[in-house]
Design a protein around this ligand. Structure first.
Ligand code: DGT
Ligand code: CA
Ligand code: CA
Length: 569
């Protein structure tokens, strides 16, 4: 179980206790614990398994420590289960609406029995809310607006949030004997950074049985509809899943249709119409309505005289023209990666290095944040010395792996580096990042970054736009200019593979891929397990039309070492 999953238990518990009007000190203790767990570099599951005394950690008292053990060992928290029973199941949804905190939610529930967004909307429309203590006409209007907006936008899930459910459902459905072929299609198959819902396409000898099996999946909150060949469910985390069964001869056509994107499908349909054909989820048909393709996707693309198009490219961004000309890119693959060039050295760098060896990497860059090296008033603190030595020690143990010492340095508002110049000489790779003053104008921000790129020590520009998916837009930047400057100064632009960052984005990558700049993939993982998240970066690179040659960390060891030496110091 990840730290954020453990932390979520405490946040939810705090929300419920606040609804109940419980002791504020206790509530605050749970929230503090959640924050500690979430931001800690320790892996709490591991600590529990190793029998570590958690109450030694800040913000974790005896009682919370016991609860963490319960969560990790049973996957449940009995106190939370108990308090949940006192309220309607969807009551916490109310907190998602702007203007409603736990106190107001409690009043809404106690006075009007409101326990869901539906009920909230109805009460607002019937002007019942304005009468409540602490509410007025204005707050009522705001709440109504909030509910409508929330429903319209819906929630999109990070790919990484949907992935475990997609894989579990896939395994569950494939385990049913009457299901033959099956793919999770839609935006998930296109590896989009966020997905609205999952779309599963299958073939079966017993579609009715397959529907029964689907709707009997364990993690369902609601069965929205159940038919003979299609059903829709909502999972416990509110992710919707559409499931369709088709015949074997339509499988390729259905898979193509439900993989999308919609824009890609429309473009393909247009090509069919030009030839007097028709395309739908059952197949491709000629003027006489005879089926001329549909069993496989390859068959469909080849029928149009095109190369097979990988799902990641199906966005109607020029892939159909390229496929017709036989000029599709040879997309980078996970196995092309020879190393990970941006890790944050966590509590257990040895585990990270071992993981790199297990992944078959040839090189690995462990980084420290420069900000952690400068304690009060610029005094050096221990992490620096300990860090450099620990990498040296690990290097002796792992002779085949080329270990690098990296330092992450913030770019000050004036474009200078926030680090001691002499310090930088101790490191093999200097990674520059913008973390603050994201509000600068496009010109100022671009100038700030270009100045840092010209610094002779800088090799990588980390997460160039600083966006956080669904939370924060990237800063205003002239990326073309930055890429130009990066190419000129031998600086590589990073694809930060963390699922909520994926920065640069697919659109930026495609726009910059032919500009001469080179890219580098980094998992930015703080522990060994998180190093696997590099796959999300590979997805993004593929969606950005990148080939292995565009990425520094596909270079074989010898070439990589040569490049590192020759790159301007
Ligand atoms: P999402 O779920 O919002 O992340 O995005 P998708 O692409 O998974 O979209 P979704 O789930 O609404 O539909 C799945 C696929 O079905 C979509 O990629 C293409 C196809 N599709 C849906 N609606 C239409 C449509 O109106 N016309 C065409 N040609 N295809 C459609
Ligand atoms: Ca979908
Ligand atoms: Ca769908």
């Amino acid at each position: 179980m990840s730290n954020s999953e453990i932390a979520a238990f405490f946040k939810t518990l705090a929300d419920y206790l606040e609804l109940k009007g419980d002791n504020p000190f206790r509530i605050r203790a749970y929230r503090n614990a959640a924050r500690t767990i979430e931001t800690s570099g320790y892996d709490f599951t591991k600590l529990v398994q190793e029998g570590y005394d958690l109450s030694q950690l800040p913000d974790i008292g005896d009682r919370i420590a016991k609860k963490i053990v319960e969560i990790v060992t049973t996957g449940k928290l009995s106190k939370l289960e108990e308090v949940k029973k006192e309220f309607p199941p969807h009551i916490l949804d109310l907190l998602k609406i702007e203007g409603i905190g736990p106190k107001r939610a409690r009043i809404l529930y106690e006075k009007l029995g409101i326990g869901s967004l539906e009920e909230l909307k109805r009460a607002a429309e019937e002007h019942k809310i304005r009468e409540l203590p602490g509410f007025d006409v204005k707050t009522e209007e705001k709440i109504l607006k909030g509910v409508v907006l929330y429903k319209k936008e819906g929630k999109r899930f990070l790919y990484a949030e949907a992935e475990p459910y997609a894989l579990e459902l896939q395994a569950y459905l494939k385990g049913f004997k009457a299901i033959n072929r099956l793919t999770v299609a839609g935006s998930f198959r296109r590896r989009k950074e966020t997905v609205g819902d999952l779309d599963i396409v299958a073939t079966s000898d017993d579609p009715l049985g397959a529907m029964d099996h689907f709707t009997a999946f364990g993690k369902i909150k609601e069965v929205v509809s159940k038919g003979d060949t299609r059903s829709t469910i909502i999972l416990e985390n509110n992710l919707q899943v559409d499931f369709r069964c088709v015949s074997d001869r339509s499988y390729g056509a259905a898979l193509h249709y439900f993989t999308g994107s919609k824009a890609h499908n429309i473009a393909v349909r247009k090509m069919a119409v030009e030839r007097g054909w028709k395309v739908n989820e059952y197949g491709v048909f000629n003027e006489k309505m005879e089926r001329i393709a549909g069993r496989s996707e390859e068959e469909i693309y080849h029928l149009f005289g095109m190369q097979y198009i990988e799902p990641e490219l199906r966005e109607d961004r020029g892939e159909l023209e390229a496929a017709a000309d036989g000029k599709l890119p040879d997309l980078v693959k996970r196995k092309d990666l020879r190393g990970d060039l941006h890790l944050l050295a966590g509590d257990d760098p040895a585990a990270q290095v071992k993981k790199a060896a297990d992944l078959g990497y040839d090189y690995l860059c462990l980084t420290q944040k420069a900000s952690l090296l400068l304690c009060d008033h610029g005094r050096k603190c221990r992490p620096l010395e300990g860090f450099l030595e620990s990498v040296d020690t690990l290097q002796k143990k792992y002779k085949k792996l080329h270990l690098l010492k990296g330092i992450e340095v913030e770019i000050a508002e004036d474009g200078s580096l926030e680090a001691d110049e002499k310090e930088l000489a101790n490191f093999d790779l200097v990674i520059a990042t913008v973390e603050e003053a994201l509000h600068l104008s496009k010109e100022e921000q671009t100038q700030r970054i270009c100045k840092a790129l010209a610094h002779p020590a800088v090799r990588i520009l980390a997460h160039p736009t600083c966006r956080i998916i669904s939370e924060r837009n990237g800063c205003a930047l002239d990326l073309e200019k930055i890429a130009q400057s990066a190419a000129e100064h031998d600086v590589w632009l990073e694809i930060d593979a963390r699922p909520e960052h994926l920065d640069l984005s697919d659109v930026h990558l495609k726009a910059l891929r032919d500009s001469g700049v080179r890219f580098v993939l980094g998992s930015v993982a703080e522990n060994a397990d998180a190093m696997e998240q590099i796959r999300f970066g590979v997805h993004q690179a593929r969606r950005g039309w990148l080939e292995a040659r565009h990425l520094i960390n596909t270079l074989p060891l010898a070439e990589w070492k040569k490049l590192l030496k020759s790159a301007k110091r």
